[in-house]
Design a protein around this ligand. Structure first.
Ligand SMILES: [Ca+2]
Ligand SMILES: [Ca+2]
Ligand SMILES: [Ca+2]
Length: 282
C-alpha cells in the first residue's frame, strides 16, 4: 500500500465516523453549547423518544436537533441556520426556561415554520434557504406556508445573564441532511454551565455532590442511597459525549482513568430533568 492510499483510507474512515456523530433528537438530551463558534451538523435522523413541539407553530418534530446554552454576558442574540442542501426546508423554535430547566416548563419565544406554499414553489422563494434571528426583524413567529411579509427571519433575542435557552431545528424535508449554525449579537454563552440544568427537586432531595474535583482516576458521587440508580453522561468541553453509564449501590463512582486531561461536564439523568456538574480531570 502506498502512503497516499493509506491516508485516503484513513481520511475515509474519519469521514465515516463524523457522519455517525451523536444526534440530539430530544429536548431532555440537548447538545450543550459552551461557546459561540459556528458549527455544522452533518446529518439528522429520527425524532427520538419525545415530541416536545405540540402547540407550537411547527406542531411536531421532523428529524429535530436540540441545543441548549446558558447566557453569561447579557445582550442581543441572533443566528443564521443554513441547510447543507439548499432545497431543504429548515424550521426552528427557541425556548427560554424559568427557574428549573425542565422541558415541560419551557417557554416558547420564537417560532419559524415558513416554507413552500403548497403547489406554488415560485411564490415561496423568500421562505427557503437561510433562516434565523436578526437585528432588523420585528416579528416573532412565521406560520407554515409563505404568507405575505414572511422572509424566513425573526426578531433577535434580548438575553439576561444566567438565563437558559433551548433551540430545536427541524428539517421539514426529512432528507437526513444537516445544516450550519452561526451566532451573532452581543450576548455570550457560559463556558462552564454547571447550572445549565438547574437542580431539579429530585436532585435537591438527593443532595447530589461529586468529588474530588479536580479528579484523577475516580470521581465519587455522594448523596445516593441504595434506592437510587442514576444514569449519567459525560461530555467534553465541546459538548461531545465521551462516556455514559449508571451509578448504583455498589459502584458509586465514575472511572475517569481513560479520559485525557481537561474539563468535562457530567449530567445525571433524572425522571424530570438533569443535574449537571463540571469537573476537571488531571
Ligand atoms: Ca424528540
Ligand atoms: Ca422553513
Ligand atoms: Ca420575518
Amino acid at each position: 500500500m502506498k502512503p497516499f492510499q493509506f491516508f485516503s483510507i484513513l481520511i475515509s474512515l474519519l469521514a465515516a465516523s463524523s457522519a455517525t456523530a451523536q444526534t440530539h433528537p430530544d429536548c431532555s438530551d440537548p447538545l450543550l453549547l459552551t461557546n459561540m463558534d459556528p458549527f455544522t451538523i452533518d446529518s439528522v435522523v429520527g425524532e427520538g423518544v419525545e415530541d416536545d413541539l405540540s402547540g407550537t407553530c411547527v406542531a411536531q418534530e421532523f428529524s429535530p436537533t436540540w441545543f441548549s446554552w446558558q447566557i453569561e454576558q447579557p445582550g442581543t442574540l441572533t443566528f443564521v441556520l443554513t441547510p447543507l442542501n439548499e432545497l431543504n426546508d429548515l424550521d426552528f423554535a427557541v425556548f427560554r426556561f424559568n427557574g428549573n430547566v425542565l422541558c415541560q416548563e419551557k417557554i416558547l419565544k420564537r417560532c419559524m415554520a415558513a416554507g413552500e406554499n403548497v403547489g406554488d414553489p415560485t411564490g415561496s422563494i423568500p421562505c427557503f434557504g437561510p433562516t434565523g434571528l436578526n437585528l432588523t426583524e420585528t416579528d416573532i413567529e412565521e406560520q407554515p406556508g409563505c404568507n405575505n411579509g414572511n422572509n424566513n427571519f425573526l426578531k433577535f433575542l434580548e438575553c439576561q445573564a444566567g438565563e437558559n435557552y433551548a433551540l430545536v431545528v427541524n428539517n421539514f424535508s426529512s432528507s437526513g441532511e444537516g445544516f450550519t449554525l452561526e451566532w451573532g449579537g452581543t450576548a455570550t454563552f457560559s463556558p462552564a454551565p454547571d447550572s445549565i440544568n438547574s437542580p431539579t427537586l429530585e436532585a435537591k432531595a438527593l443532595q447530589l455532590s461529586i468529588g474530588p474535583n479536580p479528579a484523577k482516576d475516580k470521581l465519587y458521587v455522594f448523596g445516593l442511597d441504595n434506592q437510587h440508580e442514576l444514569s449519567y453522561q459525560v461530555a467534553d468541553s465541546l459538548g461531545r459525549l465521551v462516556m455514559s453509564g449508571k451509578t448504583h449501590a455498589d459502584s458509586r463512582y465514575l472511572e475517569f482513568s481513560a479520559l485525557p486531561s481537561g474539563a468535562y461536564f457530567i449530567a445525571f439523568l433524572l425522571d424530570d430533568g438533569r443535574r449537571v456538574f463540571m469537573v476537571v480531570v488531571e
